[in-house]
Design a protein around this ligand. Structure first.
Ligand code: PRP
Ligand code: URA
Length: 211
């Protein structure tokens, strides 16, 4: 389903698991595992248009031409630290993918993204780069991350999150109209502290049990 500038992956399994994640009493270990499971389902949809090439193989009975993924290995870029919660499941599905990291935190006063780490693989211009972060709130973090990944050479990008605020979708779309957004849900709005309502709270804290 496409909702203005974001594709909402409304598969019943995704929606059910997301509801469990939103519940305030869901324990850290369960939250983390649900995020891993959802990441597999999100990637399944996001990877729908990956290019295939035909390769000759031999079954036990005869030779045949059969499709395999073509082109350079794709690259996941995780926005630290909560992005790592989505990364593991995606790597389970595409183990040969390359991985980049952009370390960003939101300044609690200004809500601006502050960078503390950046490392990405070579030849980004020849790879599909899938940037992942569970939360798209003001979009300051995701815009800054995509700015950096583009500056490092990436040309073909997608952004995948779990929850998005309408404000974030609009801001991201204005900054990076060439980068499609995939999300499991679009929530109502942001509160005065830049948190998504109804949301699920602080994704990083819930994944890593830091609060
Ligand atoms: C959270 C989240 C996003 C960002 C989203 O990270 O994981 O990166 O906020 O908000 P934005 O769209 O308004 O930028 P946070 O800064 O809490 O850091 P963490 O991942 O280290 O917890
Ligand atoms: N970051 C989070 O972790 N949660 C929000 O609701 C907004 C930003």
């Amino acid at each position: 389903m496409s909702n203005a500038d974001a594709t909402v992956i409304d598969h019943p399994l995704v929606q059910h698991k997301l509801t469990l994640m939103r519940m305030k009493d869901t324990p850290t270990a369960v939250f983390r595992e649900l995020l891993r499971e959802i990441s597999l389902l999100l990637l399944y949809e996001v990877a729908r248009d990956l290019p295939l090439v035909m390769e000759e193989i031999e079954t036990p009975l005869e030779k045949m031409q059969s499709p395999v993924l073509g082109g350079k290995k794709l690259c996941f870029v995780s926005i630290l630290r909560a992005g790592d919660g989505l990364l593991q499941g995606m790597l389970d599905l595409v183990p040969s993918a390359r991985v980049g990291h952009v370390g960003l935190y939101r300044d609690p006063e200004t809500l601006e993204a502050v960078e503390y780490y950046f490392k990405v693989p070579h030849s980004l211009g020849e790879r599909l780069c899938i940037v992942v972060d569970p939360m798209l709130a003001t979009a300051h973090s995701s815009i800054a991350a995509v700015d950096r990944v583009k500056a490092a050479g990436a040309r073909n990008l997608k952004f995948v999150c779990l929850l998005a605020a309408p404000e974030g979708i609009q801001a991201f779309g204005q900054a990076h109209p060439d980068v499609p957004i995939y999300t499991a849900a679009i929530d109502r709005e942001l509160n005065d502290h830049g948190y998504i309502l109804p949301g699920l709270g602080d994704a990083g804290d819930r994944i890593f049990g830091t609060k």
